[in-house]
Design a protein around this ligand. Structure first.
Ligand code: NAD
Length: 463
């Protein structure tokens, strides 16, 4: 029976990153993965959706080519070709992880891991079973889509993100339940390609975790593009047939009947913590199935750890990766700091894009801060105009007392690429004056950040 320093069960962005970092630190590391290296993110989530969303935004730009002085004819989407490209991008990245494992001397095995007491893992492989022991075992098995009991569990008309990524024909109509990240990204994608899209959200506004002004701006953009948005809405009845679905939706005091070829259920995820052997070991979970850990990702049982979507922390790839790094650095005896969850950015890749970090204006006020808000619209940005995308804004929320940056809320062109500057700024406890004094290159979209800081100080230049 081989002995490892670390065995990691699951090779998503939590597990594979933890594996690489552990090996870099000199720990003998084994990663166990039952499906694909890279997990959902790389194979069925972040990466293939970004490839599809690029096809959609390129299609929209090409339709507007004339406004850029370019004549093109016959622009039309080819969904199977888009999906082929998206799958190729995912496969390429998947091979990249196998290469990184090799380079960093991370061992990995294709099989399903089951945890046993005494720090052992039983691995069920295609051609047999093996039991392996380690000093430390990290659970990184991720999450799966939450199912809504109103729908049958498996039906070709009821989709999760996984099926929605590989539909072989463009749906004429699709109803999307849940207007979080997955819901709005697919709403944008299918609408850009020409489907009739109805977006149904239980909370009073779409992207309900974002700042209220961001939700409003996205809803305006979505309505303009022809997406039907129903917020404050509950699906009360669902009839699912072989050619489509009919929903009875209660929204703002009235009943609506919605018919569509498909329904996409995007109402969050639930942790993969069943059938892993946790009960016999005595590892504690919450009522919702999340594994309970301390700041170093140690469970209540010594030698067992958990990272990523099996925890109640935000179900985001970058969160899982950082948790993995902190977890193995602590195991290796490095000097580490716990993760600061107040400063985790969130990005949504519909058009217009959304990026945020820190407190919303409402949350900052609720926490008792006297806030100062600075805002700059992309209509006033020369670069956004030249690019042909003068929609959206940058909104910065500062604490009036010390000028500390508390929250960042952006919607518009390329904001998902711009937010990292502000994560660093926040980590350095920057003030509005320091952001305004930092020379931002001209012409760039990032000038809008400097201008928003200027607006908080009461003296923006370009508005
Ligand atoms: P989510 O939690 O982001 O959004 C789910 C939405 O569904 C919420 O707005 C919620 O209010 C709504 N909802 C819940 N029950 C409902 C009901 N019965 N009827 C109508 N609406 C209902 O979850 P998601 O969009 O499914 O994504 C899953 C996870 O993956 C999330 O943690 C998300 O952050 C992450 N993700 C991130 C990205 C990104 O960063 N770009 C992209 C996709 C997914």
């Amino acid at each position: 029976m081989a002995e490892y320093d670390v065995i990691i069960v699951g090779a998503g962005p939590g597990g594979y990153v933890a594996g690489i970092r552990a090996a870099q630190l000199g720990l003998k590391t084994l990663v166990v993965e039952k499906a694909h290296l890279g997990g959902i993110c790389l194979n069925w989530g972040c990466i293939p959706t970004k490839a599809l969303l690029k096809s959609a935004s390129l299609l929209e730009e090409m339709r507007q080519a004339e406004s850029y002085g370019i004549q093109v004819e016959g622009v039309r989407p080819d969904l199977p070709a888009m999906i082929r490209r998206s799958r190729e991008v995912a496969q390429h990245m998947n091979r990249g992880i196998a290469y990184l494992f090799k380079k960093n001397k991370v061992e990995w095995v294709e099989g399903e891991g089951y945890l046993l007491p005494g720090r052992r893992v039983r691995i069920q492989m295609k051609d047999g079973q093996e039991e392996i022991a380690a000093k430390h075992i990290i659970i990184a098995t991720g999450a799966r889509p939450r199912h809504l009991p109103i729908f049958p569990k498996e039906h070709e008309r009821v989709l999760t993100y996984k099926e929605a990524l590989v539909l072989d024909q463009l749906p004429q109509s699709i109803a999307i339940i849940g207007a979080g990240a997955i819901g709005v990204e697919f709403a944008y994608f299918y609408r850009a390609l020409g489907s009739e899209v109805t977006l149904i959200e239980a909370m009073p506004r779409i992207v309900p975790l974002e700042d209220e002004e961001v939700s409003k701006e996205l809803e305006r953009a979505f309505r303009r593009s022809g997406i039907r948005v129903l917020a404050d809405a509950r699906v009360e009845e669902a009839q699912v047939g072989n050619s489509g679905i009919a929903l009875k939706v209660h929204t703002k005091g009235k009943e609506e009947k919605i018919e569509a070829e498909y329904v996409l259920v995007a109402v969050g995820v639930q942790p993969n913590t069943e059938n892993l052997g946790l009960e016999a070991i005595g590892i504690q979970r919450s009522e919702r199935g999340h594994i309970q850990v301390n700041e170093w990702y140690q469970t209540n049982v010594e030698g067992y750890y958990a990272i990523g979507d099996v925890l109640a922390t935000p179900a985001l790839a970058h969160v899982a990766s950082h948790e993995g790094i902190i977890c193995v650095e602590k195991i290796a005896g490095e000097e580490v700091r716990p993760m600061d969850y107040r400063r985790v950015p969130a990005c949504t890749y519909c058009q217009p894009e959304i990026a945020s970090v820190g407190l919303t204006e409402a949350a900052a006020r609720q926490q008792g801060y006297d806030v100062r808000v600075g805002k700059f619209p992309f209509t006033a940005s020369g670069k956004a105009r030249a690019e042909g995308h003068p929609q959206g804004f940058v909104k910065l929320v500062f604490d009036k007392k010390y000028g500390e940056l508390l929250g960042v809320h952006m919607i518009g062109p390329h904001v998902t690429e711009m937010v990292a500057e502000l994560v660093v700024a926040m980590n350095l406890e920057t003030t509005e004056a320091e952001i305004f004094q930092s020379v931002h290159p001209h012409p760039t979209l990032s000038e809008a950040i400097m201008e928003a800081a200027g607006s908080a100080l009461g003296h923006p230049i370009h508005i």
